[in-house]
Design a binder for this molecule. Structure first.
Ligand code: PLP
Length: 377
């Protein structure tokens, strides 16, 4: 039973079926000047337009396809900072593909500050106001935490930022938000926004960066000049299609998926409440229905993960990308105790999980934790 959907999701079956036909028609290089090549190029443009429409972008805004959201995040930061960038603000909750880039910029001499999280895992507008000063030229704050599911009030944070410095560039990593929340870049007011196909039942290795018109961005990958010179490398046509189609499918069922997944999460929480176990749920009142971050006090997360895996349940500790590192800067920033950090696991849902599966998983989880606690006593 797969409950690690924040790390990746299975490609939608209808998209897999589409691939077969599309591969015959659109395998040509979109850079080819012959008719079939140009046809691929216009197919990619159609996908781009569909994504732009689904995130509320204007026709003259840009959407750059990349080889991952990690690359899109690198591009957002590295491609926007200039010699004269005065200050960069990044939240402590960011995915490593933003956080580690910010650290690298700091190492290169940029003035980078990290905004702490409040105890529910979000950047509170009050805290943000303290950090946001008129010399801040760049801000990056994520939409939803991949670790706790905490949701940031991006529209309010952008408003604060632009009030203080109207020229500030605001980037949002919305990888765990796109296709799950009704994301509209105009309403949010962001200048750049990152998304990833494989988190929403598209293909791995496909990301995109929305860039509002008039935002100056430089490439981080040089070569043949694809994507208007901003991201060289032959376009991943079927991958791009998978992102645009996955988003269309997700948007069509956004509300029903949200309610469906929320019911799965609440069912699990209900089973935990009935269990009498000693646990803490993080970002409880402010979290995406797709992610449950929970600590079972007195347990070691790795052991619980292994015990669950032996019984056919796949979950993760924190983010899969950082699971090999000790400590957890995100829970630490939220003020969690060591015992909560050591025992933290992330259970993440998708529309493909069933209620029956959740009931089964909940009962295995309660058994495993009870068994563990008995053993260490
Ligand atoms: N940003 C967030 C919030 C994520 O959760 C992830 C993946 O876990 C990424 C960025 C990186 O996405 P990708 O796997 O497409 O590089």
């Amino acid at each position: 039973m797969f409950f690690d959907n924040a790390s990746t999701t299975k490609i939608d079956k209808t998209i897999m079926t589409d691939f077969v036909g599309l591969n015959d028609e659109y395998f040509y290089n979109p850079g080819g000047l012959y008719f079939d090549g140009r046809k691929v190029s216009s197919f990619i443009e159609k996908c781009r337009e569909s994504i732009k429409e689904n995130i509320g972008a204007n026709s003259d805004d840009a959407l750059i396809f990349t080889g991952s959201a990690t690359e899109a995040n690198n591009m957002a930061l590295m491609g926007c900072v200039k010699k004269n960038t005065r200050k960069i603000l990044v939240s402590m909750g960011e995915h490593p593909s933003v956080y580690n880039v910010a650290l690298e910029l700091k190492n290169r001499g940029y003035n980078v500050e990290f905004i702490p999280l409040d105890k529910d895992g979000a950047v509170s507008p009050k805290t943000f106001e303290k950090y946001m000063e008129s010399d801040v030229d760049f801000v990056s704050i994520m939409y939803t935490s991949n670790e706790t599911g905490a949701v940031n009030d991006i529209a309010s944070l952008v408003e604060i930022a632009k009030d203080i410095n109207p020229k500030v560039i605001f980037h949002c990593d919305a990888v765990q938000g796109v296709g799950k929340f009704d994301i509209n870049v105009e309403d949010l007011g962001v200048d750049m926004l990152t998304m990833s196909a494989h988190k929403i039942h598209g293909m791995k290795g496909v990301g995109a960066l929305y860039v509002k018109k008039n935002i100056q961005i430089k490439p981080i990958i040089y070569g043949g000049g694809q994507e208007k010179g901003l991201r060289s490398g032959t376009e991943n046509t079927l991958g791009i299609y998978s992102l645009s189609r996955a988003l269309e499918i997700a948007k069509t069922n956004l509300k029903s998926n949200y309610d469906y997944v929320l019911n799965l999460k609440n069912t699990l929480i209900g089973r935990l409440e009935d269990s009498g176990l000693n646990y803490v749920i993080h970002s409880k009142d402010n979290s995406s229905p797709y992610i449950l971050s929970v600590s079972f006090i007195g347990c070691r997360a790795e052991t619980i993960l292994n015990m669950l895996s032996d019984r056919g349940v796949m979950v993760s500790n924190g983010s899969a990308c950082s699971s090999k590192k000790s400590g957890n800067r995100i829970l630490e920033s939220m003020g969690c105790k060591k015992e909560e950090i050591e025992s933290n696991i992330r259970i993440s849902f998708s529309r493909e999980n069933t209620l029956e599966e959740v009931e089964k998983m909940a009962s295995i989880l309660v058994d495993v934790v009870t068994e563990y606690i008995k053993k260490v006593r």
